[in-house]
Ligand binder design. Structure first.
Ligand code: PGA
Length: 254
């Protein structure tokens, strides 16, 4: 059985003060209750220490939204895996579509970052997904296959416990438009089949595949009920303690 991962991606929102308050508000909602899902919030780099401090002694975990491939040195503006670990991170989002689009991250770079994250004892959440024109052309599976294959060829099947993939159709991110549960399940199953081709079924059954793209309390139940949907990567709705907690609560009922 795979444990749900309910991950919030705050993107470039929540400065340290606001992030501390948001993390405290989320934790406060679960003061009297524990949960079985894994709950993770990924603030901007500068807010990670504040969020880690707010989550101390709770079940909530903190992660980052990006990382560099080198250990240290002359890489102005970059952050290393050891810095993230030192700040209390357990997970790192890698290859988000916004990084692929605005910062020109290639499949190869995403694969290198994923390997680095795993080698250094962090857990990657690798984002894949097609843009609208690719879905309209009917090449969405081809695009996702290229993105997934690039990552899997750099890893071994002993990494199946650590690797998390997030399927995020780009046309559903921040648009209010969600993939239907059937569209999500179809792609999630396709990704799991790809992993099976690389690593065999026992390993592919261990890899968690999250859905991302306008997940909200009112659609989370149906999406999370799909056989191959193992959690969510939540942007907008994770910026509200109420809606993030609601999604976490829904995951507990499935
Ligand atoms: P959204 O973002 O939930 O606001 O659509 C998801 C993401 O980009 O990870």
């Amino acid at each position: 059985m795979r444990t749900f991962l309910i991950a919030g991606n705050w993107k470039m929102n929540a400065a340290p003060g606001a992030a501390k308050k948001l993390a405290e508000d989320i934790a406060a909602k679960w003061k009297e209750e524990s949960f079985h899902s894994e709950a993770l919030l990924c603030p901007p780099f500068i807010s990670i220490p504040a969020v880690a401090a707010a989550f101390e002694g709770t079940q909530f975990k903190v992660g980052a939204q990006n990382v560099h491939t080198e250990n240290d040195g002359a890489y102005t503006g970059e952050i290393s895996t050891s810095m993230l670990k030192d700040a209390g991170c357990e997970y790192v989002i890698v290859g988000h579509s916004e990084r692929r689009e605005y910062f020109h991250e290639s499949d190869e770079l995403v694969a290198q970052k994923t390997k680095k994250v795993i080698d250094d004892g962090l857990k990657p959440i690798v984002c894949v997904g097609e843009v609208l024109s690719e879905r309209k052309e009917g090449i969405h599976q081809e695009v996702v296959k290229r993105q997934v294959d690039a990552v899997l060829t750099h890893l071994g099947n002993d990494e199946s416990d650590t690797l998390v993939i997030a399927y995020e159709p780009v046309w559903a991110i921040g648009t209010g438009e969600t993939a239907t549960p059937q569209q999500a399940q179809e792609m999630h199953q396709f990704i799991r089949d790809l992993i099976t081709q690389h690593w065999g079924e026992t390993s592919s059954e261990k890899v968690r595949i999250l859905y991302g793209g306008s997940m909200k309390p009112d659609n989370a139940g149906e999406l999370l009920s799909q056989k191959d949907v193992d959690g969510g990567l939540i942007g907008g709705a994770s910026l509200s303690a109420g809606s993030y907690s609601e999604i976490l609560k829904i995951s507990e009922t499935i």
